[in-house]
Design a protein around this ligand. Sequence first.
Ligand code: SAH
Length: 400
Amino acid sequence: MRALAVDLRDRTVLVVGGGAVAERRVRGLLEDGARIRLVSPEVGPGLAELADARRIAWIRRGFRAEDVDGAWLVWAHTDVPAVQAEVSDAAEKRRVFAVIGGDPEASSASTPARAAAGGVQVGVSAGRDPVRARRVAAWIQAQLETGLAPTRPQRPDAAWEAAQRPGTVALVGGGPGDPGLVTVRGRFLLAGADVVVADRLGPVSLLPHLAEHARIIDVGKRAGYHRLSQDRINATLVEQARLGLRVVRLKGGDPFVFGRGGEEEEYCAAHGVPVEVVPGITSAISVPAAAGIPVTHRNLSHGFSVVTAHEDLPVVPHAREHTLVLLMGVRRLPETSRRLIELGHDPRTPVAIIERGWTPEQRTTVGTLETIAELARRRDVHAPAVIVVGDVAAMGASSD
Ligand code: SAH
């Protein structure tokens, strides 16, 4: 068997049968630009409409062998075995390829299950097991859509260009570090990027794999000092886009949660560079989850606040049932925990620190507002880490 792709534009295709399967075939063939001759004594309402609108030619009677004359391809989808056999014979005699629905033996052609994305099409056939073929096709579809398959065009391609236009910036949330936690859209854009401007956080170690062809500009920030100032990052995005490149700005977590994504978006827009924002899974919610801590939980937490610095501490609700999630808070943990107690938080409120969530080095430290600073010191807790304050924090199993 050979797989063959045929161009059906403006070519006559004979379809025999008027039921639901025939209608599905007809619609697909019309999309491919084929001219349809349909033979059937009766048809369903959808096909009748197409005939009324003169989008197909309906011959209202039973099949005759000469219906095949002039067709490039034949499709039989009746539920009468004798008719199916007749179509098969007539097509064979006239040397026209025929797909005989439900009868691979009698068919001289078959249609593979199809996966298609970004201008690439893949056909899958699995002999007499069409369900198997469809499942494989669905799996391939996911690889194409996420950019896991090397779909990047080697020649100009309009469908691909439409995915991210050259000269634009996509602000992509990379999630907390696990490549499975980047959105499908994010992965697709990474696969097609010319340049990736990346932080230290997020799925950075996988970049060579996720964005195989892209140049990677590392603007990773270290806690305490900045390797590249925000101004320089903004300017880099605009410079690269103006070179006519597809720029992906890959950020840890979600671009708009303490990620300065808003500033980057504004800067690009002010300089005439179009920006697409692709949200990501924020560490504020996903890193506690990685340690078994839900930020809200029935009877334990009715809501949560995500904060970073001291200024916000007085204004967040202080009830043990309100979860406080602190980002970038490791260095100041001694002051923060003291301040929260001063502000009236119960000193016995559970606190969990989750370091390097979603990586093999993830580690959880659980204590209370009273004990956590000392515990963190003893265990040499380091950024990046998410700190959770509230009753739910006790659900995080401390690892030692
Ligand atoms: N935009 C990001 C947050 C950027 S601020 C987001 O939505 O997740 C950087 C802080 O995020 C770090 O100091 C740390 O508190 C937290 N963080 C990000 N990724 C993390 C990870 N994998 N493990 C623990 N903390 C993480």
